[in-house]
Structure formats: structure tokens, C-alpha cells
Design a protein around this ligand. Structure first.
Ligand code: G3H
Ligand code: ZN
Length: 283
């Protein structure tokens, strides 16, 4: 069954590993992620962005995730990713989401705290975890667009104050990652991350982790990273498989034959990430 994000984050903090959070838009992606988690005996966070919810429908995402979680033995949390609209987040609560991200990074520091606090007040009585964002992570994640020049790194002192005053359970930080496909190798500001982890009382979240070298991921996790978000790499292997199948079998019209190999590719990628993040074998 679905579990609270808080349960997953507490175990990750205790075990000093990170849990993968993978974006979902349809049945095949969801099945690939949950099958990977069962095969790797790994906790997992399934997440849908506002765009993903719009595409699949909130009822579908919620029902499919609940069903998927009921069919595996590992802990599964369901998260709205980069929620910017309070009412949308409230609808997710009503539909059984067990984790919420309020992305207030485009708001002022005080407004971000105020709205995050409102989300916390709604979530806490239901034991639903709340992720906030401080600093602007660059790139494009569905309807959340941050141009390079707008991207701003997280200030360690502000992070400490923000976590204290907002009551968020976990905090997404901007330390050099970005959403989408990187043009060059991302350079993570580890000194900044170390300072944030020393000053900030809550576990941290790394967004934009697709394309970040494995050694950088390994280096970041000990600095309090408990959740690592992956969307682009899963999309890439999905698209590669579909294009290959259609090119090799141009007359194929059976969606199962077209999407089946894509599902296998996605499952393998998710399994690799679970091993990389250290959550494999932790369920
Ligand atoms: O919130 C989703 C993730 O931050 C997506 O990051 O584009 O690097 O996969 P990614
Ligand atoms: Zn993100």
C-alpha cells in the first residue's frame, strides 16, 4: 500500500541513502518503476507533475498508483512534483497522495514560507510529507520553466531559516543541477551543499539528477540528500525503444509490441538508479 513520504525519508536519513523519485505519465512508466522497485527490494517515490496530472487525469494517476502499490511488498509513496498551485495540491490530498511538493521558488522568501506553511498545515494531520524548494533550479520540468539567468543557488543560512519557519519535511536545493538534458557536464557546488546540510535541520532533495555523473551523485548523498528526482533519463530510454521498434518494424501497429520494449528499458534504468542511490535492498 501507499506509505507517507515521511516514512521513506526517515528510513533514508537513518540509513544514509537516497530514494529515487520517478515521474509518471502513463501506465507503462508506472509499471516499469514499481516493478523495478520490487525487483530491487527498494522503497520508491512515484511522482506526477502538474503536467502529468493534466495529461493522465488525477483520478487515473491516483488509482493506478494505489493499485500498483497494493501489488508490491516495498514501500511506495505518491508525490505531486513541483506543485505551484495550492488548490491543485489540496486536490491531491483528497485523492490520497502521500507526499506533496510545493514549489514556491518563484515567490519571495516570505511568500514561499507562508504558502509552504499552509501546505504543511493541510498535510501534517494526514501524515503527508511536504517538500519545498528554495533557490531556483534551472531548466524545464513540464510547466515549470527557469531560464539559466534566473537560476539561483540556495543560500545555506536562508535554508536553515526557511526549514525552521516553513515546517517543511524535506527541502529541494539548487546547487548546480537543472531539469532536462544538460548541454555540458553539470558542476555541483558541493561546498554549498555541505554548508546547507550542516545548517539545515531537514533532509535535502536533489532535482535535475538525470545526466549527473554517478560519482557526483555518490558524493552528494552523504551531505543529507534523501530524495533524488529522475524524469529525463526515463523519458530518453522510453523514446529510444519506441523509435527503434518503429524503425525496425514499420508495419507494427500493436501498442503492446511498441511499448513493451520501452517498458523493459525504463525498468532497467530505474533499477540502475536505485542501486546508484543506495536504496536498493533497503525495503
Ligand atoms: O522534478 C523532476 C526532476 O527534477 C527531473 O529532473 O530532468 O534531470 O530528470 P531531470
Ligand atoms: Zn524537479
Amino acid at each position: 500500500m501507499l506509505v507517507s513520504g515521511n516514512e521513506i525519508f526517515a528510513a533514508a536519513k537513518e540509513g544514509k541513502y537516497a530514494v529515487g523519485a520517478f515521474n509518471v505519465n502513463n501506465m507503462e512508466i508506472l509499471q516499469a518503476i514499481v516493478e523495478a522497485a520490487e525487483e530491487e527490494k527498494s522503497p520508491v517515490i512515484i511522482q506526477a507533475s502538474q503536467g502529468g496530472i493534466k495529461y493522465a487525469g488525477l483520478e487515473y494517476i491516483s488509482a493506478m498508483a494505489r493499485l500498483a502499490a497494493s501489488q508490491v511488498s516495498v514501500p511506495v509513496a505518491l508525490n505531486i512534483d513541483h506543485g505551484t498551485d495550492f488548490d491543485q495540491i489540496a486536490r491531491c490530498v483528497r485523492h490520497g497522495f502521500t507526499a506533496l511538493m510545493f514549489d514556491g521558488s518563484k515567490l519571495s522568501f516570505e511568500e514561499n514560507i507562508a504558502v509552504t506553511r499552509r501546505v504543511v498545515e493541510m498535510a501534517r494531520p494526514n501524515d503527508i510529507s511536504v517538500e519545498a524548494e528554495l533557490g531556483k533550479i534551472g531548466g524545464v520540468e513540464d510547466d515549470v520553466v527557469v531560464h539559466d539567468r534566473e537560476a539561483t543557488f540556495t543560500d545555506p543560512d536562508e535554508a536553515a531559516e526557511f526549514a525552521e519557519r516553513s515546517g517543511c519535511d524535506v527541502l529541494a536545493v539548487a546547487i548546480g543541477t537543472a531539469h532536462g538534458v544538460y548541454k555540458g557536464e553539470p558542476k555541483l557546488d558541493f561546498a554549498r551543499l555541505e554548508e546547507i546540510s550542516k545548517k539545515c535541520s531537514v533532509p535535502l532533495v536533489l532535482h535535475g539528477a538525470s545526466g549527473v555523473p554517478d560519482d557526483a551523485i555518490h558524493r552528494a548523498i552523504p551531505f543529507g540528500i534523501c530524495k533524488v528526482n529522475i524524469d529525463t533519463e526515463v523519458r530518453q530510454v522510453f523514446a529510444e525503444a519506441v523509435k527503434r521498434l518503429v524503425n525496425e518494424h514499420p508495419d507494427e501497429i500493436d501498442p503492446r509490441k511498441i511499448l513493451g520494449p520501452a517498458k523493459d528499458n525504463m525498468r532497467n534504468t530505474v533499477r540502475e538508479k536505485m542501486r546508484l542511490f543506495g536504496c536498493a535492498g533497503r525495503a
